[in-house]
Design a protein around this ligand. Structure first.
Ligand SMILES: *Cc1c(COP(=O)(O)O)cnc(C)c1O
Length: 500
């Protein structure tokens, strides 16, 4: 009986294999995994030769994917064929060293390998007990990171999915603290208007968090920026006083280190003193620039860190750890946990209180094992290796800045502090703003159409401004030189064909 059952299984499985009705077995998994690892290495080896920005039109990919899912399983060969032919043309190559757009969303070899392991293990890391190693590695790696970027010892770290989530967590925590934990219980109906302050250059995630936290967008006060697009502390102080006079409750200030548009650095110490005077929560959004704190020469950015209640930066931007991995640090973990703690019966364990149950340190219950890739990255690069790359990126931005300053047809549009250079073509100073804007828009479109590089833009005082970010994991001096050369020749072509 046993024997015949056994035979039946074999027959069935062979039969299924032929028809591809059966999902992959372990033997096929091993073979495919090797092949895909080769695909990955081939891709990263040739990524700089691919057109950086995807050229597909809206709907093009969607229309190539069948209306309905397959009823019977398909072979990996067929799936990979479509991955190459249907999906890859619709991919913009963020890991290309010719990618100078938006911000770095850096990956790296050790990070990718750790991510594969995380997916393989597939652990759900919501509490200590659901995988002790994940909780304890997270605690340790966040301690490392805290030291690496020069935060004071007393901070506690936790990994969040994104800076947006971390900032939302910060605002909700500030809301709870400010209302004596009444808002989680009874809502905000009986509270004074809780006010949040940030600079006009602040990232959109702050406004989103204000909305989600139930504070109301009208209670977000955007302070005009002053010198070098930084938050103006005098205007902040004034806005707080005005609000107090109106009977509002100032709740939180968000200071940005490295704004998305121009990497402006808000003056933390002056802002911190104001927050202390009025008892206001101070949250720091250093999503991009936090990585620069690895360099002692950039620690001036966190002068005033003692005033800070919460701090977020994204290793998934500039620190070679593939998305997602956002490092969130808080001065007082009790306030954070008191805000987010839940304890349903099925999650009660005998170690509660003794270990870190990170479910209570943020919004999602389920958590990926993100600490693993951070650990791989930090160990494989070493602190010196990380610093070396960051310094290279900063020096490339400085090189580009000088090249722009030397060229009479171009002008710098913002100070170059870190890895982002803002500039525009302005060949004739008597040209009207609208026309200069159009010229720069055309320059950007032509550059991106070439496929040889990818830049994006911002607007500074209504001026259309090109942004070039020199911080991709694999970027070298040569890539930046080639890009600049192409910018000059493309600009030349435009100027020549644009009638005056
Ligand atoms: C990128 C960025 C964010 C948002 O980061 P996510 O992790 O994508 O949510 C927030 N603030 C600043 C300054 C950023 O540069």
């Amino acid at each position: 009986m046993v024997q015949s059952l056994f035979r039946l299984c074999i027959i069935t499985s062979t039969h299924f294999n032929v028809q591809h009705l059966q999902p992959m077995n372990i033997k096929e998994f091993r073979k495919n995994a090797h092949e895909i690892a080769d695909w990955m290495a081939d891709y990263l080896e040739k990524v700089e030769t691919l057109p950086v920005k995807s050229k597909v039109n809206p709907g093009e990919i969607y229309d190539k994917i069948p209306e309905s899912p397959p009823q019977t399983g398909e072979s990996m060969e067929d799936i990979m064929k479509d991955f190459e032919q249907v999906i890859m043309p619709g991919i913009t190559h963020w890991q290309s060293p010719n990618f100078f757009a938006y911000f770095p969303a850096n990956s790296s070899y050790p990070s990718v390998l750790a991510e594969m392991l995380t997916a393989t293990i597939g652990a759900q890391c919501m509490i200590w007990e659901t995988s002790p190693a994940a909780a304890e590695l997270e605690e340790k790696v966040m301690d490392w990171l805290k030291g690496m970027i020069g935060l004071p010892e007393y901070f506690y770290g936790v990994i969040q999915d994104t800076a947006s989530t971390a900032t939302l967590a910060a605002l909700i925590t500030a809301r709870e603290k400010t209302t004596g934990y009444r808002s989680n219980r009874g809502g905000l109906r009986d509270e004074k208007a809780l006010r949040v302050y940030c600079s006009a250059e602040t990232h959109s995630s702050i406004e989103k968090a204000v909305k989600i936290a139930g504070l109301g967008k009208e209670n977000l006060v955007k302070i005009e920026t002053g010198y070098k697009l930084k938050l103006d502390p005098d205007k902040l102080e004034q806005a707080i006083r005005d609000d107090l006079n109106k009977g509002y409750q100032p709740m939180c200030v968000v200071a940005t280190l490295g704004t998305t548009g121009t990497t402006a650095i808000d003056p933390l110490k002056e802002i911190g003193q104001i927050c202390e005077t009025h008892g206001i929560w101070l949250h720091v959004d250093a999503a991009l620039a936090g990585t620069a704190l690895l360099l002692p020469e950039f620690r001036w950015m966190i002068e005033g860190i003692d005033y800070v209640d919460s701090f977020v930066f994204n290793p998934h931007k500039w620190m070679f750890t593939n998305f997602d991995c956002s490092a969130y640090f808080v001065k007082n973990k009790e306030v954070l946990i008191k805000t987010f703690e839940i304890l349903p019966e099925y999650l009660k364990t005998k170690y509660s209180g003794e270990v870190n149950d990170y479910r209570d340190w943020g919004i999602p219950l389920g958590r990926r094992f993100r600490a693993l890739k951070l650990w791989f990255v930090i160990r494989n690069f070493g602190v010196d290796g990380l610093r070396e790359k960051i310094r290279l990126h900063i020096s490339l931005a400085q090189w580009l800045k000088q090249a722009i300053e030397k060229n009479p047809h171009f002008e710098l549009m913002a100070p170059v502090t870190l890895n982002t250079v803002c500039f525009r073509l302005n060949p004739d100073k008597s040209m009207k703003l609208q026309k200069v804007n159009r010229l720069n828009e055309e320059l950007l479109n032509n550059l991106n159409k070439s496929g040889k590089l990818y830049l994006t833009h911002t607007k500074i005082d209504e001026k259309y401004t090109l942004r070039m970010v020199t911080a991709q994991t694999y970027v070298t001096k040569k890539h930046v030189e080639n890009a600049w050369e192409r910018i000059i020749t493309t600009a030349q072509e435009i100027i020549n064909i644009t009638p005056e």
